[in-house]
Write a protein that binds this ligand. Structure first.
Ligand code: NAD
Length: 286
């Protein structure tokens, strides 16, 4: 799909990867971009720059997603591309609270379901539409130190695969974005930011390195604008899996070929990240 004259909604567009995708969509000739974010003032900042509409929204609220889609359809006509991108990080294992795990589940998985449910009927009626969801390389591999991030991003990848299989014949196309480290404000923007900073060790709550900069930066920390350009190219090519770090393809292959060997390698990698021996699992040691 080419973005010229298209109507686009991007969630989590007040910062980082979502902001870069919103700006890139505008630069590529989109007719209108809806800039949605939990932080309304950040959405307004980006929308003002690109002549878009700012929406202050919590993507885990299904009725709010429905309302945003309906008002966009009313004001701007058919929605061509929905980028379901909002997300945040935690750094905890079994000791995390049920409430925190549930919140992450809602933002990283249910929000993609709400988006698809809201936008697909009008797309199917036209026989055309595109959904791009942001998961993470963690969804294909794992996120050392964050149980909830690992499992919710894996669910996001699985959901995107299922939707692509189920709705391709209706003219709908899907892509799932799975980067490693990208230089964004994700640590600072996350509710447990000081704990994440302390436990990941790679970024403090006020720098711009990004969560995965701490544990997944071995293959480089990318600029969000470059990631956004890769997303636009994938949309043009109707390519499902977007791997801004190409090494992730090799890691995924190794994981699929010999799971025990891969687990051993990940344990060694985790130990190397915590030379003091204070491994994430020790948080619930007796
Ligand atoms: P970011 O913090 O710069 O941007 C994320 C935006 O999402 C923020 O503006 C935040 O306010 C918004 N948001 C969070 N929860 C929300 C909610 N409930 N409703 C609406 N908006 C909400 O971080 P980013 O790195 O650009 O993250 C974007 C996506 O990329 C996330 O899904 C993240 O998990 C994923 N990701 C990031 C990295 C990385 O290294 N930065 C790597 C892989 C995947």
């Amino acid at each position: 799909m080419e973005l010229t004259d298209r109507v686009v909604i991007v969630t989590g567009a007040g910062s980082g990867i979502g902001e870069a995708i919103a700006r890139a969509a505008h630069a590529a000739g989109a007719r209108h971009v809806v800039v949605a974010d939990l932080h309304g003032h950040e959405a307004e900042r980006v929308a003002a720059d690109i002549g878009g509409t700012a929406v202050a929204i919590d993507v885990s609220d299904e009725s709010a997603i429905q309302q945003m889609v309906e008002s966009t359809l009313d004001a701007h006509g058919p929605i061509d591309l929905f980028v379901s991108n909002a997300g945040f990080v935690t750094a905890a294992g079994l000791e995390d609270t049920n409430e925190a795990i549930q919140t992450m589940w809602e933002v990283h998985c249910m929000a993609h379901i709400y988006a698809a449910r809201a936008v697909l009927p009008s797309m199917i009626a036209r026989g055309e539409g595109y959904i791009l969801s942001t998961a993470s390389a963690a969804g294909l591999l794992t996120q050392i130190g964050s149980m909830a991030y690992s499992m919710t991003k894996a669910a996001a990848v699985s959901l995107a695969e299922w939707l692509s299989i189920s709705h391709h014949h209706q003219g709908i196309r899907f892509s799932v974005l799975c980067p490693q480290a990208v230089a964004t404000n994700i640590v600072r923007n996350s509710p447990q930011n000081s704990m994440v900073a302390a436990r990941t060790g790679g970024a403090d709550s006020t720098d711009d390195k990004g969560f995965e900069g701490g544990v997944a930066s071995g293959d480089g920390v990318l600029d969000p604008a470059d990631v956004a350009e890769l997303c636009l190219q994938a949309i043009r090519d109707e390519q499902f899996l977007i791997l801004p770090h190409p090494e992730v393809a090799t890691y995924t292959e190794r994981k699929a070929t010999d799971r025990d060997r891969w687990l051993g390698g990940m344990r060694r990698f985790q130990s190397a990240l915590h030379p003091d021996g204070n491994l994430p699992g020790n948080a619930i040691a007796p």
